[in-house]
Design a protein around this ligand. Structure first.
Ligand code: FPP
Length: 250
């Protein structure tokens, strides 16, 4: 039985079962704060509930057979939030990176972190190193977590690395092209996302995978991230399956 028959069968039995599936899905997990505010709770409760949705989406990615899942967990701009919220968020990331690692490894998930990791506390940098080393050979799903991530910073840093190589005469100016540029991004070796999902109704990319999303399909969900569900993921996949990707061609 194909994935679509199994996965869509029960919920959308009237639909054709031949739609294309994305290989790589990126998610801007937005709306944790608003979810908490609506319930009169401190914002950190929204982030804590958001971790349940992270668990769910990792499970769904595995069930679906996605090859890459990129989650925007902490942006470079998030450093400007109040200290209490920043330390709360880092606390959740610290706790769950450590707690989930064995399970992820057991499920043959490869963990990759993108972002300005030098700005992160040293113990989290160490956890990242451990997670990346331990899971480096896993091939079922690559889980990319964007932490302290800014796409503009990533692009500037790639440009600087390329300029340095040209200055040291290790590279010719003519050899700078889309492929060599991509190889100097944090996402080197990872294919561009086919589908980007943003929750909570905002319709913007907020400095997430700007280079890599040139041809991504964009799905905007009205749900806040803590409310994200299996059904909403299926709706996003269904939306993706209905798109014609032309890459500038007719
Ligand atoms: C956006 O909501 C969400 C974040 C800034 C953080 C998302 C992080 C997690 C769910 C924890 C991830 C943990 C691991 C281990 C990957 P917001 O605060 O911007 O919401 P708002 O727009 O409603 O204020």
């Amino acid at each position: 039985m194909s994935f679509f028959s199994k996965f869509f069968g029960g919920l959308f039995s009237q639909q054709p079962l031949t739609k294309a599936l994305p290989h790589h899905v990126g998610i801007i997990m937005d709306g944790n704060g608003r979810w908490a505010n609506k319930r009169g709770l401190p914002r950190i409760f929204g982030h804590t509930k958001g971790v349940d949705s992270v668990r769910l989406i990792v499970k769904l990615a595995q069930e679906t057979g996605l090859r890459y899942l990129t989650l925007y967990a902490f942006s470079y701009e998030n450093w400007r939030r109040p200290d209490e919220e920043v330390s709360g968020l880092l606390g959740l990331i610290r706790k769950h990176l450590a707690q989930e690692l064995d399970e992820l490894h057991k499920n043959e998930v490869c963990v990759r972190i993108i972002g300005e990791r030098d700005k992160l506390p040293k113990d989290i940098q160490k956890l990242i190193q451990t997670a990346e080393e331990k899971t480096a050979e896993n091939t079922k799903l690559t889980l990319v977590i964007a932490l302290s991530y800014s796409s503009r910073q990533e692009i500037i840093s790639a440009a600087k690395k390329l300029i340095a190589q040209v200055e040291k005469e290790k590279m010719n100016l003519e050899d700078i092209n889309e492929e060599t540029f991509s190889q100097h991004l944090h996402t080197h070796g990872i294919p561009d996302p086919d589908l980007i999902i943003r929750t909570s109704g905002e319709k913007r990319l907020s400095n997430f995978l700007l280079w890599q999303s040139a041809y991504s399909e964009l799905y905007f969900s009205p749900l806040h991230w803590p409310e994200f569900s299996r059904e909403e993921f299926i709706r996003a996949l269904d939306f993706y399956g209905s798109r014609q990707r032309r890459y500038g061609r007719v």
